[in-house]
Design a protein around this ligand. Structure first.
Ligand code: UD1
Length: 423
């Protein structure tokens, strides 16, 4: 298993490009199942999760291929009517977002058999709302042998209110509603930029969706033949941009992020400014100059446009060296403080009380061997390592590879002393 070795203490300086968004690319790839023909996606990040989704589509019978050389960000997916509407446990258990094929398969082919994802490191993460939403559109849903078996001759428009804001749940039910007969009204939808990007792309394919960007989506169902294959370039990854911004801040560096979309990062930018970082933004770029020592901040995660749960661990790393105490409340997931004990091994002083972490800033962190537990927790350990005195070894970085494209190369290009050690 690969590890990262980071020798901390170097301020990051320079300019780096942000990659395409993983969480936008995954639903987009699932949405190809809605229309026959050749779909073309640009700016697709080369990540383990994307490869998993392409493998899943391939097993279903929708063959996706990534371009070579200069075209390596382009993915073509060929979809035909000859498909096997199944998502097996071996793939779903490695990537929960595999469940995104459920809605499109059901809507387009009238049936789907998708493994239940089961528990994962950051909490129970059920899919009950995905299933209830599809049932509201007339699907017959059964659970048997660890699988969801969904059938519907043709889905029909319906009204559904999500009890909790769910990103992939909104995406799944939205994709299904696109081919339902009649009008669907989906309420308390997630408004994450990735949901908006998906909805706009579906409209470009021929779907009838109103209320895009709001929490109520009204979908006028269309027939199968009315949808054309998609041609879309994936927007920038706001969480990768945020992680790189914190890397600049935590090292007291001076970094420019290009091809990012700062307007999608308002809540993070506000917090970074509160810590004393100087942040300037243009339409497509952002400059971050870190403080010598951050001022403490209080954070409460919530659905977009609130502070993203996917940035909570990284901000905790920053707060761990602040000049005072910060309070971090995790309101989206029930068990998302696994990075705390590892940060503690590097000298951070964090006390967890239920969903709240009290972070007492320390003047310095010390490098240590640490273990990544999930994607964003891994990122927080890398960030802490960039600031720490001495060497940090981050183990189990397959988590990091699921969601960050060549993170160590990007950080190295900014002057970090970071190396991947292969075993
Ligand atoms: C997506 C993102 C993930 C991010 C999360 C929250 C993708 C591929 N992943 O995950 O990076 O951390 O949004 O912004 O886009 N819930 C239920 N029942 C359901 C569905 C969800 O109770 O049927 C709960 C979850 O347990 C959680 C909350 O809703 O507490 C939000 O989860 P959700 O938005 O669904 O997360 P994902 O879509 O899996």
């Amino acid at each position: 298993m690969d590890r990262l070795r980071i020798k901390g203490g170097r301020p990051l300086v320079g300019s780096v490009k942000v990659s395409g968004a993983k969480n936008a690319a995954l639903p987009m790839l699932a949405a190809t199942l809605l229309a026959d023909g050749e779909h073309e996606l640009g700016n697709v990040p080369d990540l383990a999760d994307i490869r998993t989704m392409l493998r899943l589509l391939g097993r279903i019978g929708a063959y996706g291929e990534r371009g070579q050389g200069r075209a390596r960000r382009r993915v073509l997916v060929e979809v035909s009517t000859d498909i096997n509407p199944v998502a097996d446990y071996d793939l779903v258990k490695t990537m929960r977002a595999s469940v995104l094929v459920l809605g499109p398969l059901l809507a387009r082919h009238g049936k789907a058999r998708v493994s239940l994802p089961g528990g994962c490191a950051i909490g129970a993460r059920p899919i009950d709302l995905h299933l209830r939403g599809l049932a509201a559109l007339g699907a017959d849903i059964r659970l048997a042998h660890g699988y969801v078996e969904a059938t519907a001759r043709r889905l029909r428009g319906g009204r559904f209110t999500f009890d909790t804001v769910t990103v992939t749940g909104t995406e799944n039910v939205l994709m299904a509603a696109v081919l339902a007969r009649g009008t669907s009204v989906l309420e308390n939808c997630a408004r994450e930029p990735e949901v908006t990007e998906l909805a706009r792309t579906l409209v470009a394919m021929g779907a009838g969706i109103e209320g895009i960007g709001s929490d109520t989506l009204t979908v006028k169902g269309v027939g199968k033949d009315e949808l054309a294959p998609m041609k879309h370039s994936i927007g920038p990854d706001r969480i990768e941009a945020g992680t790189l911004a914190v890397a600049a801040a935590i090292t007291g560096g001076d970094v420019e992020l290009t091809e990012c979309a700062p307007h999608l990062l308002d809540s993070l930018v506000d917090k970074l400014r509160e810590t004393g970082a100087r942040v300037t933004t243009t339409n497509g770029s952002m400059k971050i100059r870190g403080p010598v020592r951050p001022t403490p901040v209080d954070i409460r995660t919530s659905p977009y446009p609130g502070f993203p749960t996917d940035m909570q661990a990284q901000l905790m790393a920053l707060c761990s060296i602040a000049d005072g105490s910060s309070v971090i409340r995790e309101k989206v997931f029930e068990n998302r403080f696994m990075h705390v004990s590892e940060l503690g091994r590097m000298g951070a002083d964090v006390r967890v009380d239920g969903h709240t972490a009290h972070v007492k800033g320390v003047p310095s962190l010390s490098g240590a061997p640490v273990m990544a537990t999930d994607l964003r927790a891994s990122a927080s350990l890398v960030l802490a390592g960039l600031r720490a005195e001495g060497s940090t070894y981050v183990q189990r970085i397959y988590h990091l590879d699921r969601g960050y494209e060549r993170l160590e190369r990007k950080l190295r290009s900014l002057g970090a002393d970071i190396r991947r050690l292969r075993r």
